[in-house]
Design a protein around this ligand. Structure first.
Ligand SMILES: Nc1nc2c(ncn2[C@@H]2O[C@H](COP(=O)(O)OP(=O)(O)OP(=O)(O)O)[C@@H](O)[C@H]2O)c(=O)[nH]1
Ligand SMILES: [Mg+2]
Length: 414
């Protein structure tokens, strides 16, 4: 049986109706064209019967694996699946997240004030020196108890012009992406009865170590035999030290979602200050793309953190100093559009380095097929903001279609 929520059925139906083999019989073509479908009703009915049969008999869970460098947004996607397809977060989970969010506040203000001497930035208000010393005295771990006095120190510092100046240069040291989001919400978070909203939980940052799995079910509508389809989604840690564990979950994976933090273009790795984060993501993507263990899995690239990329670029920060080839990049549109297309081109280049032909496909996903000795290899691209539930809901629907097409190809329905 296969997954879909009601809204995605039409999409999937189309996908299935137009999946076919080429003359050599070894590559898939997906032609999302309603007109052809209407013109070939008998063929569609036959396909419909086959799909229903396949859905009825396919009872395996669909296994998805999230990959990407540290802080690319993998665990945020898992949280979105919990919101969209499980019951969301329980009261005890929210209480636990409140603790992590307070710790996120501490690590944010700690890392900013600790970096000020390196950037030769002074506190604008000398009275804040005491607050800075108090914060630094707790070290990166933070206080055992988050008192009113503690939050007063953080508030004074966050209002300081020097702290703000240092925050604006956060690409020159390591700072979590949600620093501003949480520091702007101090008044709410310091309250004893604070319960984090879904939006707060999506912003909360906790590094993943080891392998996590979430299971969820998606309803299959009655018209498609009814019932539910099981999904297993695996989350791994993306920092270098964590990647050796990845191979443990490669077996039997149907599709990989590879996440890239596009706003990382001017930052270095937390685990290696000499390596640009976006370059690391391109290298890692190449490893995944080439991996013989993952040849059977569908690959979907999430060009994530579009909100942060847009805001960075609108503040006048350019990718050009970090990727000199950007000055030769030819694309229409404003600076943000050109930057996101350039980042995409860094990844399509990895794919097109081998013999490639481009297949026009319907928006929003674009498809590239690489002809290899064994079979066609496909990669789809999506621009995403993982903290935006509506965006992830839409992307998930599109991705259903892609995964289904890939699965049908693998099991030889067509
Ligand atoms: N603004 C914004 N923040 C995002 C987005 N995606 C993820 N984040 C934030 O980025 C931080 C890191 O996200 P995670 O999901 O923990 O990253 P990860 O890939 O699981 O990282 P590791 O576990 O270290 O591999 C979190 O604070 C998220 O809230 C996005 O699209 N926009
Ligand atoms: Mg994680």
């Amino acid at each position: 049986m296969i997954i879909y929520d009601t809204a995605s059925v039409t999409l999937i139906y189309w996908a299935l109706a137009f999946v076919s083999r080429d003359t050599a019989g070894n590559t898939m073509r997906l032609i999302p064209c309603k007109k052809d479908y209407d013109e070939n009703e008998n063929h569609s009915k036959q396909i419909d019967r086959e799909i229903k049969h396949w859905i009825k008999t396919y009872n395996e869970a669909i296994k998805l694996l999230l990959l990407g460098t540290g802080e690319s947004g993998k665990t945020t996607i898992i949280k979105q699946m919990k919101i969209l397809h499980v019951q969301g977060f329980s009261a005890s989970e929210r209480a636990e997240k409140a603790r992590h969010i307070r710790h996120n506040i501490h690590e944010s203000i700690h890392d900013i004030v600790q970096s000020m001497p390196m950037l030769k930035i002074e506190l604008h208000n000398p009275k804040n020196c005491r607050s800075r010393n108090v914060i630094l005295s707790y070290g990166p771990e933070g206080p055992t108890e988050y008192t009113e006095e503690y939050f007063d120190h953080v508030r004074s510092l966050w209002r300081d012009g020097g702290v703000k100046e240092c925050f604006k240069r956060s690409n020159e040291y390591q700072l979590i992406d949600s620093a501003e989001y949480f520091l702007d919400r101090l008044d709410l978070i310091e309250k004893a009865d604070y319960v984090p909203s879904d939006a707060d939980i999506l912003r909360c940052r906790q590094k993943t170590t080891g392998i996590q799995k979430i299971e969820f079910k998606v309803k299959v509508p009655k018209s498609m035999q009814g019932g539910v389809q099981d999904f297993w989604m695996f989350d791994v840690g993306g920092q270098r030290g964590e990647r050796k564990k990845w191979i443990q979950v490669f077996e039997g994976i149907h599709a990989i979602w590879f996440l890239v933090a596009c706003s990382d273009f001017d930052q270095t790795l937390r685990e290696d200050g000499s390596q640009n984060r976006l370059k690391e993501a391109v290298d890692l993507f190449e490893d995944v793309w080439q991996s013989r263990f993952l040849l059977e899995a569908g690959l979907i690239l999430f060009l994530n953190k579009q909100d942060l990329l847009q805001s960075k670029v609108s503040q006048g920060r350019s990718i050009a100093p970090y990727f000199p080839q950007y000055s030769q990049f030819d694309a229409a549109g404003d600076e943000y559009t050109r930057t996101k297309l350039f980042i995409k081109s860094l990844f399509t280049e990895v794919i097109t380095r081998r013999r490639t032909r481009r297949v026009e496909a319907a928006a929003p996903a674009e498809r590239f097929v690489v002809t290899e000795a064994r079979r066609a290899r496909e990669c789809y691209f999506h621009f995403t903001t993982a903290t935006d539930t509506d965006n992830v809901r839409t992307v998930f629907r599109d991705v259903h279609q892609i995964i289904l097409t890939h699965l049908l190809n693998n099991i030889g329905v067509y």
